[in-house]
Structure formats: C-alpha cells, structure tokens
Design a protein around this ligand. Structure first.
Ligand code: SAM
Length: 203
C-alpha cells in the first residue's frame, strides 16, 4: 500500500470526503511520523513506543472530517503521540491558526515535536503534561480533539467557544465517537456510527 492507494481506498469506502483533508494527507504523509515506513500506508494503528500507537488512517480521517476545521481556528488536541494528527490539523487551520497538542509521555512529546519540526508544521505547540483536564491556559478553543479513549464525556467541553466542536472517543473497552457542539444556548451531542478502539486517556 502506498499513499495513493490509501487515499483511493479511503475515498472508495466513503471515509475521505473533503478536498482539504485529502490535501492535508498529501502535505504531511504518514510515513514521516512512523517508526516503520514500510507499514505507513496500511490502514492499521502502528506502535510508536511506550505502549502507544499512531491511530489507523481511516480513524484519523473520520475524526478529522468530523472536526470540520476552518482556516484560522485555534485547536486543542489531547494525545500528541507521533504528531501526525496535529500536522493534519496544522494544515487545515493554516498559518493564521494555531494547534496546541498535549502529551503526557516526555519521549513522545519530544518525538512529536521533532516530527512536526522536520515537516515544517510550525503553527503547532507541543505541550508536555496531563491533558485529562484539557488545557485551560489557552482556552477557549474553536475545536478540541481527543485521540485517546475517555471513560465519559470530557469535562473540558467547557473549554470550547460558542460555535465550537469537540470530537472524542468515549467508552470502555470499546468507544463510540462523540461529537459535542457548543451553541449559544448550551451543548448538543451525537455519536458517529461505528465502534473504535483507542489507548486510554490516563488521568
Ligand atoms: N494523535 C496521535 C498521533 O497522531 O500519532 C496518536 C495518539 S495515541 C492513540 C494516544 C496518545 O495519548 C498517546 O501518545 C498517550 O500517551 C496520550 N495520552 C494518554 N493520556 C494522556 C493524557 N492524560 N494527557 C496527554 N496525553 C495523553
């Protein structure tokens, strides 16, 4: 499998819908964020060390499409891992936007930082720390994405701006993909179809 075949597969299965997400996949190829480049375009999670994984491409694309990023937005990611998801978000929000990504394992925060630097995604700030309470320091955010499994709806939805959206896998041992929209009057919630398996969000 190479990048073109992966993109064709993601389109054929209806997962990849938008031109901009496709552009992001081409701009920041997954092979630049994995330890074993040979396997980069298999639609599977891959180990990145320390018991953690880079998520499978179809899951990353489902979440990225659901997030509906617009240029210039301020985005929070919890769970930097390899930095690949943050790089895709970096492309989508563009030079006027900003991505904050939080990682609790120091070696992985460094791995993500180096990968993002290598590819020139310079509107991303990697923060070493526990993201289980979000990142109040830079709140509110236009978009929040959690790339580790939450036991329940994250409390930090209140770090969203009005008009903002959160996408997070919720449940144990399997997860459903929760989408929360913050409106002027409160929050609306729904789940995407399907089930997912993520490493846990450690708090
Ligand atoms: N988004 C990543 C990528 O593009 O490679 C993959 C994320 S991986 C599936 C989940 C990550 O969440 C792991 O790197 C893990 O260390 C991190 N994590 C788990 N609990 C966390 C917490 N409380 N705060 C920050 N990061 C956490």
């Amino acid at each position: 499998m190479d990048l073109e075949r992966l993109i064709a597969y993601l389109k054929r299965t209806g997962v990849l819908k938008s031109r901009r997400v496709e552009e992001a996949l081409r701009k920041y190829p997954r092979e630049l964020f994995v330890r074993d480049r040979e396997k980069a375009y298999i639609d599977s999670p891959l180990p990145i060390g320390y018991g953690q994984t880079i998520s499978q491409p179809s899951t990353v694309v489902i979440m990225t499409e659901a997030l509906c990023v617009e240029p210039g937005q301020k985005i929070l990611e919890i769970g930097s891992g390899s930095g690949w998801q943050a790089a895709l978000l970096s492309y989508l929000t563009g030079p006027k936007g900003k991505v904050y990504t939080v990682e609790r394992i120091p070696e992985l925060a460094e791995f993500a930082r180096k990968n993002l630097e290598k590819v020139g995604a310079n509107n991303v700030k990697v923060i070493l720390g526990d993201g289980s309470k979000g990142l109040p320091e830079f709140a509110p955010y236009d978009r929040i994405i959690v790339t580790a499994a939450c036991r329940e709806k994250p409390e930090f939805v209140d770090q969203l701006k009005s008009g903002g959206r959160l996408v997070a896998p919720v449940g144990f041992p399997e997860q459903r993909m929760l989408i929360v929209d913050r409106t002027e009057n409160g929050f609306t919630e729904r789940f995407l179809p399907g089930w997912f398996i993520f490493v846990p969000l450690i708090s």
